[in-house]
Design a protein around this ligand. Structure first.
Ligand code: R1P
Ligand code: MN
Ligand code: MN
Length: 401
């Protein structure tokens, strides 16, 4: 029998209940729980209507996972044969994408990330001067915590006038640079970020992110798809390396390549979530025996969670659910599908940042007995994928299979 694994991270689709949420100012945050409530109360009607409809995720045990994570009431969905459901909680100190993914891939983050203070200026004089020098400008704009869409509408005009890059951060360990693709130059922005990355990585800043945008004062400014993350490399070999070193293929779909700095990855497909879901459907048909397909769908987070758009988030969940239905129906005996998340981003929560939450862990193995997984560690996801594929696991995880 062939053995393949499909690991799908729904970026930011948390389910509340993290025991350490209060330490992050997130006690009570619950991305899925609050979206379900808002839909049921008719508060998420924009472009959709009624209760949140996720029949496929429900058939994998989503409602049970939500109840387990945040002590809610389990829904009455009929589970598919072979469904595995539970939730997981993170130990890394960051509620960011790299921390979540590395830990899901078996490697908790051993260091404290550097975060920039919620002050103006957010960046010290040395970093500010270095950025301006590398950009070839007399200064930088922003220098604060901000939401990326808000800051380009606020400072886009000044950026076009002065040519200075717009630098900002968030509650994540990130240094983000927004610049106009034509006026500043896309290549120049990417080179600037690449030059700054090693300096910031030395300071344990997780990512330098290029945030190109286009547009003008009259029509407004919009970010383009040419975002690029310059991420610090994981501190130890991850699931991707374990699988690759065992001579197997690791195919990345979405941001996975960036998140793991390309380590342990054989191929990368990027694009919007709809295209990525198509790539996943194609992978379920074509992935080789023994291989891992590792997927990140980011739009829940980037388009809806950070923008606090509840209806948009609900629509994205409903559309991913439909795609996952095709995937689940196409799986073959010997396949493992795992669907999980890297952190929360509750669209009903104050602010625009991620939220510390437990995440659902939903699995499907056609033809194999399923059941509840309980509350697991993030690292158990990696251990389980490794066990399924029959490759040696490293690190602290325990397989739940
Ligand atoms: O508001 P935007 O620019 O989307 O930034 C968000 O995206 C960053 C990286 O994914 C996060 O740290 C968050 O701040
Ligand atoms: Mn994320
Ligand atoms: Mn995010």
């Amino acid at each position: 029998m062939t053995r393949r694994a499909f690991l799908v991270v729904l970026d930011s689709v948390g389910c509340g209940g993290a025991p350490d949420a209060a330490a992050f100012g997130d006690a009570g945050a619950n991305t899925l729980g609050h979206i379900v409530q808002a839909c049921a109360a008719g508060r998420a009607e924009h472009g959709r209507s009624g209760p949140l409809r996720t029949p496929v995720l429900d058939s994998l045990g989503l409602r049970g996972a939500m109840a387990l994570a945040a002590e809610g009431t389990p829904g009455g969905a009929v589970l598919r044969d072979g469904a595995l459901w539970g939730c997981a909680q993170e130990v890394s100190r960051g509620k960011d994408t790299p921390s979540g993914h590395w830990e899901l891939a078996g490697v908790p983050v051993p260091w404290e990330w550097h975060y920039f203070p919620r002050a103006v200026p957010a960046f010290d004089a040395e970093l500010t001067a270095l950025t301006a020098r590398l950009a070839g400008t007399d200064g930088i704009l922003g220098n604060c915590h901000a939401s990326g869409t808000e800051i380009i509408s606020r400072l886009g005009a000044e950026h076009l006038r002065s040519g200075w890059p717009i630098c900002y951060t968030s509650s994540d360990s990130v240094f983000q640079i927004a610049a106009h693709e034509d006026a500043f130059g896309l290549d120049r922005l990417h080179r600037l970020c690449a030059a700054l990355a090693p300096v910031l990585h030395d300071r344990k800043v997780g990512r330098v992110i290029a945030r190109p945008f286009r547009g003008d004062v009259a029509g407004g400014f919009t970010r383009t798809g040419n975002r690029h993350d310059y991420a610090i490399a994981p501190p130890a070999p991850t699931l991707c390396d374990w699988v690759q070193r065992a001579g197997r293929r690791v195919d990345a779909i979405g941001k996975i390549g960036d998140i793991f700095s390309g380590q342990g990855i054989d191929s990368v497909v990027t694009g919007g979530d709809a295209a990525l879901m198509d790539a996943l459907k194609a992978a379920v048909v074509a992935a080789p025996d023994g291989g891992l397909t590792f997927v990140n769908l980011v739009e829940f987070d980037s388009l809806y969670g950070h923008r606090r758009d509840v209806a948009g988030y609900a629509r994205a969940l409903e559309s991913a659910d439909a795609g996952l239905g095709r995937v689940a129906d196409t799986l073959r005996p010997g396949d493992l599908l795992l669907v999980t998340a890297d952190h929360g981003n509750d669209p009903t929560w104050p602010g625009t940042d991620h939220t510390r939450e437990r995440v659902p862990v939903l699995g499907l193995r056609p033809g194999v007995q399923g059941g509840p997984l309980g509350v697991r560690a993030f690292v158990d996801v990696a251990a389980s994928v490794a066990a399924h594929l029959g490759v040696p696991a490293q690190g602290p995880g325990r397989s739940f299979l």
